[in-house]
Design a protein around this ligand. Structure first.
Ligand SMILES: N[C@@H](CCC(=O)N[C@@H](CS)C(=O)NCC(=O)O)C(=O)O
Length: 226
């Protein structure tokens, strides 16, 4: 780790993509330490996070876990207002809502539940049905909300915010990892929104190069912003 760069502990397709994407969007230099999934339960990583989960952020004296908290912290520390909205405004209410829906109502009970169902040996269809229902419930609300916005609009404003990155990660995962299990065609506004997110250079770098970096430490030089 270089002294001045934030370091994200990351594993492929994991929630660590949220802070990685955020830093890429902000054009900040940062470090990624990449792990294979199985290495998250080895002593070396358990010393960094005893729960064996990613992401973990190390940034100077700061060490924290929980992807949403890390994304919020980094957006406020490094963003200079670029990916946040003014507190107390109606846009801020929408920002807070989608920022938290992304993990509490969408990723944890829906997308991640489906992921764990696929890994489990006892395939209880009830578990899968519940996860898919939860995903569709959020997609329905999101599609309706996006219908009210212009075609250049992201979730909150005409520029991407940290809330887009929080929601964008599970949405891209649905399209790339779960395309045979979750049908996005009933949600045309959601699919065009994902397309809009994919056009950002930060998205392309995150889900292209950074997602599947080989194990070990990598220094990421800030590129041009989207
Ligand atoms: N709510 C936490 C969840 C963290 C979490 O479950 N991370 C997953 C990857 S997305 C993990 O590290 N799993 C490793 C395992 O289950 O062994 C967050 O948002 O950071």
């Amino acid at each position: 780790m270089t002294d001045s760069s934030p370091l994200i502990h990351h594993s492929e397709w994991c929630r660590s993509l949220r802070p990685v994407w955020l830093l890429a969007e902000l054009g900040v230099d940062f470090d990624i330490k990449a792990y294979k999934w199985d290495d998250l339960k080895k002593p070396e990583y358990l010393e960094i996070n005893p729960s064996g989960l990613v992401p973990v952020l190390q940034d100077g004296d700061v060490k924290m876990q929980e992807s949403g908290a890390i994304t919020q912290f980094l957006a406020e520390k490094y963003g200079q207002g670029q990916v946040t909205v003014e507190a107390g405004t109606p846009e801020h209410a929408a920002y807070c809502q989608w920022f938290h829906v992304s993990e509490a109502s969408f990723m944890a009970p829906g997308v991640a539940a489906l992921f764990h169902y696929n890994l489990s040996s006892d395939k209880d269809p009830e578990v899968k049905n519940k996860a898919i229902k939860c995903i569709n419930d959020v997609l329905q609300i999101l599609d309706k909300e996006l219908k009210q916005k212009g075609s250049e609009h992201y979730l909150i404003t005409n520029k991407p915010t940290a809330a887009d990155i929080m929601m964008g990660y599970p949405l891209i995962m649905l399209q790339d990892v779960f395309k045979d299990e979750v049908d996005l065609s009933p949600y045309p506004k959601v699919t065009s929104y994902i397309q809009r997110l994919r056009a950002l250079s930060s998205t392309q770098k995150t889900f292209g190069e950074y997602n599947s970096l080989p194990s070990g430490l990598h220094h990421i030089k800030a590129g041009p912003q989207s």
